[in-house]
Write a protein that binds this ligand. Structure first.
Ligand SMILES: Cc1cc2nc3c(=O)[nH]c(=O)nc-3n(C[C@H](O)[C@H](O)[C@H](O)COP(=O)(O)OP(=O)(O)OC[C@H]3O[C@@H](n4cnc5c(N)ncnc54)[C@H](O)[C@@H]3O)c2cc1C
Length: 505
């Protein structure tokens, strides 16, 4: 018997920043939409392991410098070339984030960017960047002399003679933004399928049939926003004429003991971005190593990589001691497609099948990208009728610790679970863990990204067992069944008693 299929107008494959932003944008219209994500949570792909910046204008211009190497054009002429798609969407996306932040109740900060100059030649180069940036409408760029640099960053290494300052560089916490887009899309009618991997796609009679790990989905339109796997998804309809190539990038999270106020960057060199970033959570991110990779699943960190990036912070701020200040290390994949280097691959290789294969940076441009994709779908025949009941707002509870004392006391009286602190580093209460489970958290990482339990100095040493106990109780499962991030990422092996018995045998 033929399997019953879910029928929809648009199937979006991939719940990263691209897929989630597109889903929310589509939810403004009377269009039946499914967002399909293979992991148990959205935002767990490339989007999770990034530097989390919504770039300002000089970031785009300065990254062009690396690409100028083989060009005969003067620096000014080279920088003045028209914006490519990702740069154009990046410029538009930045302002959109600030409009969306209060609607989606999701934070964005604007630390600004300081790029340091090691010598006069680099300072002269920054002057050209400023000139080109201003000619293109980028405002408030300042060239810094030695004192100006020190005023911005008092602890900066005295070897730097000045720099350039762009106040528009912003920072987000990407998994939270993906969840915000997804939840708001779902509130506006988008069907979200988690833990659902698209395994094969067939086209027949004007429909694409998506065979997934959770059954069939029949869709008129497909948006392939599968990140690192976009080439494999396109290959499923015989259009895999590109591949994704990628670099494994290792990063450090350090305690920011007042070390930096702005994003601090050195002039980029090929394969060597050296940056210090104040995160939205008050930490300091060190970015990053860059090694070409072919294993889409290997996000391990290495001593060699960590040793290399440990040299970046003291080079910029001598007071930082990465070994003492380290909280965590992690890796991400900087991905590009082979067909449209170094830009986005935004094209219909087949009728009603749209590839959205991003090249870094993809976070900053995402809200503008979503609008661009909707226009492309409309041009391809998708009828767009605006809903008159679209709700742009997403409600989230404020963090308990951020409430005024009176309100906190009132809440504890009403519900003592607020008075039971589970994570001491980040001051997370039991009730916040309970509420996260209530709104869909199923893994330890879900709890971490929703409440911040486990993101503090002890990195979950104190709260992991408590969080697991609460999750097990609320979900009515054994703690042994709980995972860090779905799949086989089990945290506990067996009960301690079992272990003792095992050893006695
Ligand atoms: C080190 C580093 C630093 C970066 N810094 C920045 C920055 O500062 N600013 C910036 O703008 N960008 C930055 N980027 C780039 C940015 O992170 C990416 O461009 C962006 O996150 C890509 O998003 P995406 O939605 O295309 O991909 P993803 O986030 O990977 O989303 C794709 C989703 O598709 C799912 N999927 C895959 N296959 C299937 C399938 N068969 N079925 C169902 N689901 C599937 C995956 O699980 C994944 O969740 C950085 C990247 C790295 C690695």
């Amino acid at each position: 018997m033929e399997e019953k299929a879910v029928e929809t107008q648009v199937a979006i494959i991939g719940g990263g920043i691209a897929g989630a932003a597109i889903a929310r944008e589509l939810s403004k219209y009377k269009v039946d939409t499914c967002l399909i994500e293979k992991e148990v949570s959205v935002g767990c792909g490339i989007t999770k392991g990034s530097m989390a910046l919504v770039h300002g204008g000089i970031a785009y211009l300065s990254s062009r410098i690396i690409k100028r190497m083989d060009s005969d054009l003067s620096l000014e002429a080279f920088l003045n070339q028209p914006l490519n798609v990702k740069e154009r969407l990046g410029e538009a996306g930045r302002d959109m984030y600030f409009e969306l932040a209060p609607l989606l109740n999701t934070p964005i900060t604007r630390p600004g960017r300081v790029m340091v100059a090691a010598d006069q030649e680099q300072l002269e180069l920054y002057k050209v960047i400023k000139k080109v940036a201003e000619a293109n409408g980028v405002k408030d760029i300042v060239i810094l002399d030695r004192d100006g640099l020190r005023e911005k960053e008092p602890l900066i290494n005295p070897k730097f003679i000045g720099g350039i300052y762009d106040p528009s560089e912003a920072a987000i916490f990407p998994p939270e933004w993906v969840r915000a887009f997804t939840e708001n899309a779902r509130d506006n009618g988008v069907h979200v399928f988690l833990d659902t991997e698209v395994k094969a796609i067939k086209e027949n009679n004007g429909y694409y049939s998506l065979k997934t790990s959770n059954g069939l989905i029949k869709a008129e339109f497909v948006v392939n926003a599968a990140g690192l796997f976009a080439d494999e998804i396109a290959g499923m309809i015989g259009k895999g004429d590109f591949s994704m190539f990628f670099y494994k990038c290792q990063m450090l999270i350090l305690e920011n003991k007042g070390y930096i106020q702005h994003v601090i960057a050195r002039l980029p060199e090929p394969g060597r971005p050296r940056m210090l970033i104040p995160t939205t959570h008050g930490d300091l991110l060190v970015a990053h190593s860059m090694d070409q990779s072919t294993d889409k699943y290997d996000l391990s960190t290495t001593m060699e990589g960590l040793d290399l990036i440990s040299t970046y912070p003291p080079d910029l701020i001598p007071n930082i001691s990465p070994r003492k200040d380290i909280k965590a290390s992690f890796a991400g994949f900087l991905a590009f497609n082979t067909k449209k280097l170094p830009d986005y691959l935004l094209e219909f290789p087949e009728e009603r099948f749209l590839n959205v294969a991003l090249a870094a940076p993809g976070l900053g441009p995402a809200p503008a990208l979503a609008q661009e994709v909707i226009k492309m779908l409309a041009d391809e025949g998708l009828e767009l009728v605006e809903k008159n009941d679209f709700n742009p707002y997403r409600f989230t509870e404020p963090r308990f610790i951020d409430l005024p004392t009176e309100e906190r006391n009132k809440k504890i009286q009403e519900n003592p679970a607020y008075g039971h602190i589970v994570c001491r580093c980040e001051h997370v209460s039991e009730q916040e863990v309970v509420a996260s489970v209530g709104t869909g958290a199923r893994t330890l990482d879900d709890i971490k990204f929703r409440t911040r339990a486990g993101m503090g100095r002890c990195q979950g040493g104190f709260c992991t067992s408590r969080a697991l106990q609460i999750m097990a109780r609320e979900l009515n499962v054994s703690p042994l069944e709980l995972t860090k991030k779905g799949g086989n990422s089990y945290i506990l092996k067996c009960e301690t008693k079992e272990l003792n018995e095992e050893e006695e045998k």
